[in-house]
Design a protein around this ligand. Structure first.
Ligand code: GLN
Length: 493
């Protein structure tokens, strides 16, 4: 077995069967990742010593008779998730040297299930962005074209898995930050229902939207990772206390009897012609698997972006108030405490984070609160209602995951064109629904020389993770799109 290319399922099976040890896997992955990452820039911190320590622990537990669902599976962790004793930066200057004092729940559960921590991955600063370019600490590249962005905000987590520099990884998704980079990097990216995976130890961006989920190269691996991370956690007040349905053992082979909603307002004519053709083909493939395609309406989805860009900045302006030089990370001294706050925040935050804090503070200020924030909350409710009505007619909604394939670095100079990348993912996030992106073909992008991957977004009713991953598995099994593209040579050699 080649630990670099193998699936999480095959690695865990082999390690549990003692055909290969977790230590052998770690010793293969450590030099491999170090050399590939010189090209990808997916990681901000590599943790080889910790990886070896966990590998020894996994081997000891298996020797003692335990069986671990993710035994020996190399895993990358987004750098907004706390890992005890490890730098956790959110790709921001303000936390550049901050060491996490504890391990968050989702990460702790992954490691307890036998996963081996390779390192912490680059991201848009505080998870604000759709390309990875808002990182203050490094540039992550797309493994399918090094001149193109990996997507964001979970840039490094998607790039590492797509580029075989991790088997699985964790991401966080507030408005699309798992699904959009998954689409760009030819991998599966899954955002569970809001409340399914604990946010304890996830550095908050917009707390009513943030959700942790996995990246993997197959639906089954994503399901196994989700099964390990998910479930109630008393340390997160928004974690749902209801029975947790595991998913990996319940994946389907066909779509007979499944009604797939195609959204009237998401016309493929809005897309570049070959991108549109790929999505038309994807919908036809769903039908060929036995699904019934039905048209559904989401008339308020067009308000998704404006709603999100009030609610998310409002929550971010409140959450990021804690970074003031007193307790966490960077401090720039001033003549008095007020000047210290100002200097620290001016030096510590990048331009996009400052833009969000300004918008959010404005939207929450007295006098504007009702006009902006309250109105956005009402629009959010209407969007969720639209989805509820749509799900009376269908079991799952299919759409593009992103507005285009991966674009070139510096191609989106104004913030609004960047925000538009999440046109399809944001309404789903506002409704809190489980949703994923799965490879569904490729298209030659504007100015590109290589066909770039595309992602199909599937979204389903609240808490229907098991069904959703099942549909995605049936589609993956029949189409096998991920295997039709290969990362660039420097990554594979
Ligand atoms: N791209 C969106 C934003 O910039 C979503 C980010 C996310 O999901 N964390 O806010």
């Amino acid at each position: 077995m080649d630990p670099v290319r193998a699936s999480a399922r095959d690695i865990a099976r082999a390690v549990n069967a003692r055909e290969i040890s977790a230590v052998e896997i770690a010793e293969t992955m450590i030099p491999h990742v170090a050399s590939v990452d010189e090209h990808l820039g997916a990681y901000l911190t590599l943790t080889p010593d910790l990886m070896r320590e966990h590998a020894r622990r996994v081997d000891a537990r298996i020797a003692a008779g335990e069986s671990l669902p993710l035994a020996g599976v190399p895993a990358a962790i987004k750098d907004n998730m706390c890992l005890l004793g490890t730098r956790t930066t959110c790709a921001s200057k303000i936390l550049e040297h901050w060491i996490a004092p504890y391990t968050g729940t989702a990460v702790a559960r992954l490691l307890d299930a036998g996963a081996l921590p390779i390192g912490k991955t680059n991201m848009d600063e505080f998870a604000m962005g759709s390309s990875g370019e808002n990182s203050a600490l490094g540039k992550t590249k797309n493994p399918y074209d090094l001149d193109r962005v990996p997507g964001g905000s979970s840039a490094g987590s998607a790039s590492a898995v797509g580029g075989f520099a991790a088997t699985i990884s964790t991401g966080s998704d507030t408005g699309g930050s798992i699904r959009e980079p998954a689409a760009f990097c030819n991998v599966v990216g899954f955002k569970p229902t809001y409340g399914r995976v604990s946010r304890y130890g996830l550095i908050a961006f917009a707390s009513s939207l943030d959700q942790i989920g996995p990246f993997a190269r197959s639906v089954e691996d994503a399901a196994m990772t989700y099964d390990a991370m998910g479930g109630h956690d008393p340390m997160d007040a928004t974690s749902v206390d209801m029975p947790f349905e595991t998913t990996a053992g319940h994946l389907r082979e066909d779509l007979r009897g499944v009604r797939v909603g195609i959204v009237k307002e998401f016309a493929t004519s809005d897309l570049a012609p070959d991108v549109a053709a790929a999505y038309e083909k994807a919908y036809a493939d769903l039908a060929a698997l036995g699904a019934e395609l039905v048209e559904v309406e989401l008339p308020t989805a067009k308000y998704g972006l404006s709603t999100y860009y009030l609610i998310a900045p409002a929550e971010c302006s409140s959450n990021l108030a804690r970074f003031d030089g007193v307790r966490y990370g960077l401090r720039v001294d001033g003549a008095d405490v007020g000047e210290m706050y100002e200097k620290t925040r001016a030096a510590g935050f990048g331009p996009e984070v400052k833009r969000r804090i300004l918008i959010g503070t404005y939207a929450l200020s007295s006098g504007y609160y009702d006009a902006y924030y309250v109105k956005a909350q009402k629009a959010r409710t209407r969007i969720a209602d639209d989805f509820r009505r749509a799900f009376a007619k269908c079991d799952v909604i299919a759409s593009p995951a992103a507005s285009s394939p991966a674009f070139a670095f510096n191609a989106k100079s104004d913030p609004y064109s960047m925000y538009l990348m999440d046109y399809y993912t944001i309404p789903v996030s506002l409704a809190g629904l489980p949703s994923l992106s799965i490879p569904c073909g490729s298209a030659l992008p504007e100015g590109g020389s290589r066909p770039m991957p595309l992602g199909l977004q599937l979204a389903s009713p609240l808490f229907s993770e098991r069904a959703l991953l099942g549909y995605a598995h049936a589609y993956e099994r029949a189409t096998q799109h991920a295997a039709k593209l290969a990362p660039v040579q420097v990554v594979t050699s």
